[in-house]
Design a protein around this ligand. Structure first.
Ligand code: GLU
Length: 470
């Protein structure tokens, strides 16, 4: 039988790392087993579903290249099918109309609590022949078996047993006829021939209800794997502050898809001590047995480390493609600065994200308005005037413009003025970049080019002169 998994997010909140990790595990499981991966958008909660959230799901999945073989299916397109199944369950005696009012349900709940019982629907309309009230639109409830149990052999949680007496007759259609989550999931998993459901363990309690519905429909349920939650840095549920904002934020922050996927696969799954997994390795190594049972905590530093690793090992072409979109947003015209491949080769050795790469390269293209105040105070001192003037002439005179020439000019200058090269390099860096952080001084000068270097050096000389000491 072909393995078929699905990712079935509800577009009621923005898809975040937790959701994408579920998608990744489902995708990997399908790929590992030469199976198929299906995308299904569970958008039946029309009030809480938003287009924004839908787009984040589609764009996020697309950005991360988690290609799906079928879908996206939208549950809102399938209401007729759900009604059909609800009617079938009513006809076969596995479901019934319930006319209880909200007030009656409240009383029921209070009575149960008073008797020290779990508050649940008491089955009032379950086998009742009474003439139904005409002024009430009924809900449809599923007839949960009155005894016995549901055994789930979960791939991650192991054997989990639920007593049917713990479950009540759940509502499968609201009074306006719309189906509820547990019903739609079963109908879809059945119709889409899903063999393995991989989802968050917050759904574990829904599983016995779904299994009972499968049984009532005479269809065998899929296998289940309930994966544990991802926790925020504070050990609590993910909050917007940590990683619970849209997955696309990672794209906008300059992360590489493969770095994020590598990071996510290791959140709750391991293979010995191995940290770096190519997509192919993930596919060949992934198994549900090695998924942790307990929750995992996010680790943003590790993600940065992985991103740096993938950036370092990326083709320049690919990085340039990403970099260009950051530059576009920053209105940077790339023909006003260094060759992009040259720039990327230098920068990729030292930055952690492509956004950093863009932000830390702006000075190559655009003149800065003023020096970093602290740095100019610290480095642009009168003692530099003379060396800078000589340097200006040297840079102006020499025909070559490569690292070797620049290095030898700076070395000679340091010798001439009897200062350490470092004492020269940092002020020069501030003079030509405005700040104290950039690639090696030789790369910085070379990439900046003779014309800009001279212009900025001249500005720095004027700046130091304006301090009033010659
Ligand atoms: N739509 C559900 C959610 O977003 C997931 C349902 C499932 O995977 O069965 O939490």
């Amino acid at each position: 039988m072909t393995v078929r998994t699905r990712f079935a997010p509800s577009p009621t909140g923005l898809l975040h790392v937790g959701g994408i990790r579920t998608a990744l595990f489902s995708w990997l499981y399908a790929k590992h087993n030469n199976g198929q991966f299906i995308l299904r958008i569970e958008d039946t909660d029309r009030e809480r579903s938003t287009d924004d959230a839908k787009n984040v799901i589609l764009d996020g999945i697309n950005w991360l290249n988690l290609d799906y073989d079928e879908g996206p299916y939208f549950q809102t397109d399938r209401f007729e099918r759900y009604s059909e199944i609800i009617q079938e369950l009513l006809r076969s005696g596995n479901a019934y109309y319930c006319y209880c009012t909200k007030e009656e349900l409240d009383v029921m709940r209070e009575d149960a609590l008073r008797q020290g019982k779990k508050p649940k629907y008491n089955g009032f309309w379950r086998d009742r022949d009474a003439t139904p009230p005409t002024n009430i639109k009924p809900v449809v409830r599923f007839k949960t078996p009155l005894d016995g149990n549901v055994v789930i052999n979960d791939f991650v949680q192991g054997k989990v047993i639920f007593q049917n007496t713990e479950l009540d007759d759940l509502i499968i259609a609201r009074s306006d006829g719309t189906p509820t989550y547990n019903l739609t999931v079963v109908v879809d998993d059945m119709d889409m021939e899903i063999t393995d459901v991989i989802r968050g363990d917050d759904h574990l309690n829904n599983t016995p209800r779904q299994v009972n519905i499968f049984n009532a429909l005479g269809v065998s349920e899929p296998n289940y794997a309930h994966i544990p939650m991802i926790l925020g840095i504070d050990g609590k549920k993910l909050s917007k502050r940590d990683e619970a904002s849209s997955i696309l934020k990672y794209r906008d922050d300059g992360y590489l898809p493969e770095a994020l996927l590598n990071y996510l696969v290791r959140l709750g799954w391991s293979k010995g001590d191995q940290e770096i997994f190519s997509i192919d390795e993930m596919i060949s190594e992934f198994d549900l047995q090695s998924v942790n049972k307990s929750a995992t905590t996010i680790n943003p530093k590790k993600l940065l480390w992985l991103n740096q690793h993938y950036i370092k090992n990326s083709d320049n072409e690919k990085l340039i493609f990403m970099l260009n979109s950051f530059f576009d947003d920053m209105n940077i015209l790339t023909d006003t600065g260094p060759d992009l491949s040259d720039l990327v080769s230098v920068q990729k050795e030292r930055i952690e994200t492509v956004k950093d790469l863009a932000e830390q390269s702006v000075f190559f293209y655009k003149d800065f308005k003023k020096y970093d105040e602290k740095m100019s105070k610290k480095y642009l001192k009168p003692a530099l005037l003379k060396p800078f003037r000589v340097l200006y002439d040297e840079f102006d005179n020499d025909a070559c413009w490569d690292n070797e020439t620049i290095k030898s000019i700076l070395n000679k200058l340091a010798e001439k003025f009897d200062i350490k090269i470092g004492k020269l390099a940092q002020p020069l860096r501030v003079a030509i970049t405005g700040k104290n952080i950039s690639p090696s001084i030789y790369d910085t000068v070379r990439l900046l080019g003779r014309e800009k270097t001279l212009k900025r050096l001249s500005n720095a000389i004027k700046f130091i002169e304006s301090l009033g000491v010659s």
